[in-house]
Write a protein that binds this ligand. Structure first.
Ligand code: AR6
Length: 179
């Protein structure tokens, strides 16, 4: 575990499973369909039960597929967290427009934090968005993620603790180095 202070808040880096976190909210690295998938998305829906999927379906029915870089909120179902914030990271590809993808990845963090603050959340956990199935280069993604959270925490909000819950050593080390 490693932590850094930003104003009145702190960012904590841990290795672990985000579905076990007891923060007010956890963030899901979803896809635009919001219908679940593999990786952390699959783990959250499995652990949280059918309530989360049924709320996701209702959101898609009302507003359509979720664009990359945006976020929506549901309850946490059976999870310890009260809320799940679903965001869609950019898919990294061969002829990627790196500038555009980095703006989208930053937006995932900022929009998730903004939604959390709207609900007066004080603690929130993030996974490493886009660095699994979506193949965003880890070191670049970690730098964007940490910078986005630090920038957000410079402003006034309800959020006092931001956890990065990282699934393996390589990911954990990249985020700690970025901080
Ligand atoms: N807790 C924390 N981190 C986890 C967990 C967990 N339980 N499980 C995996 N990770 P990915 P993406 C890490 O692929 O790249 C899904 O199918 C994983 O090791 O979950 O944004 C969605 O439906 C990696 O470091 O998300 C989308 O289609 C990080 O979470 C697509 O994958 C992100 O890997 C999204 O891809």
């Amino acid at each position: 575990m490693k932590e850094v202070k930003v104003g009145q808040a702190r960012i904590v880096f841990i290795k672990g499973d985000i579905t076990k976190q007891t923060t007010d909210a956890i963030v899901n690295a979803a896809n635009s369909s919001l219908m679940g998938g593999g990786g952390v998305d699959g783990a959250i829906h499995r652990a949280g039960g059918p309530q989360i999927l049924s709320e996701c379906k209702e959101i898609v029915r009302k507003q359509g597929r979720l664009p990359t870089g945006q976020a929506v909120i549901t309850s946490g179902g059976k999870l310890p967290a009260k809320f799940v914030i679903h965001t869609v990271g950019p898919i990294y590809g061969k002829n990627a427009d790196c500038r555009k993808l980095s703006v989208e990845l930053r937006s995932c963090y900022i929009e998730s934090l903004r939604l959390a603050a709207e609900r007066k959340v004080t603690s929130i956990s993030f996974p490493s968005i886009s660095t699994g199935a979506y193949r965003y280069p880890l070191i670049a993604a970690a730098a964007i993620a940490v910078a986005a959270v630090k920038d957000f925490l410079q402003g006034e909000s309800s959020i006092k603790e931001v956890y990065f819950v990282l699934f393996n050593d390589q990911t954990y080390n990249s985020y700690v180095n970025a901080a």
